[in-house]
Design a protein around this ligand. Sequence first.
Ligand code: UT7
Length: 319
Amino acid sequence: MTTPGTITGWGTALPPTVVTNADLEARLDTDDAWIVERSGIRERRVGGTVSGLATEAGRMALERSGTDPATVDLLLLATSTPEMIIPATSARVHHALGLGGGAFDLNAACSGFVYALVMAYGALSTGMNRVLVIGADRLASITDPDDRGTAVLFADGAGALLIEASGGPSPFEGGPGLVAFDMGVDGSAYDLLFCPHDGHLTMEGREVFRRAVRVTVESAQAAMEGAKVTPDQVTLFVPHQANLRIIEAAASRLGIPMDRTAIVLDRTGNTSAASIPLALAEAADAGRVGPGDHILMSGFGAGMTWASALVRWDPDVRR
Ligand code: UT7
């Protein structure tokens, strides 16, 4: 599938409370050197609510694109930490933003944002004109604060993209949009990373690490092959921000240098569905992508799920 569409806005939200590695050292049997060496994380943000963070990021994306919220046809909220079982957290975000159209939550864990992005382009192909895609999670809220194996990694945040239907050439002919994607899940690995109702996250870190490198590489390669794009034609690689060592290993195997890879996890920790839009928005704000550039997003997470999207960037010039 190849679908035209223009990313006309992007936004982010991080809670104000910063937790540094030194703060964790003070209450856990851990230290800054271990956390930095094993994960690349130096500090993370915690607090707020999923709907509050999602609303802030979504509002920023709408304002940046100059879009009337009432003209949005669909809100897709990727989250694995919904505020309630019923109703979907997206209903609250939809109301807070004054959106038109429908809204639903999507849970594909840390791959959720890329899953939602692919669905958003699919929605455009049904005739919708504007889809707001938000990844928002509060993984700190389901992490055992006394478990050093997970408490140093997981944190909170949100990121959003507004995608609009666009005419012109198809993405295969150089137009903006979703050029190709790859998506999958291996439910036999269900028990490697899970959180029951009213419980805490449990993770087999080493096995998740091993699989994460493999699926990121395979999935990103599948998306590039589908798009007929080679690694040297990727302007920006935006991987899920779980561990710097996973990102470095995957980027190296893909043949994409780190100076073309987006990194925010040193300041955000692992924010699950928020991590890819947080990294993409920072790179876009820094002017690291321009019209016609190829962006390769690749996520993996509990399930185990994975998804990659090769998008041709063409920010609307209304800003
Ligand atoms: O987004 C969802 C996907 N999640 C991930 O991608 C996470 C994937 N896994 C990882 O990122 C890494 O496996 C971790 C960062 C979780 C752990 O790094 P590691 O290099 O795989 O360490 P390890 O689990 O093999 O543990 C090495 C040692 C152990 O001690 P022993 O058994 O060697 O005595 C751990 O108990 O490090 C110990 N350890 C710690 N030490 C200090 C575990 N956590 C900590 C800690 N501080 N916070």
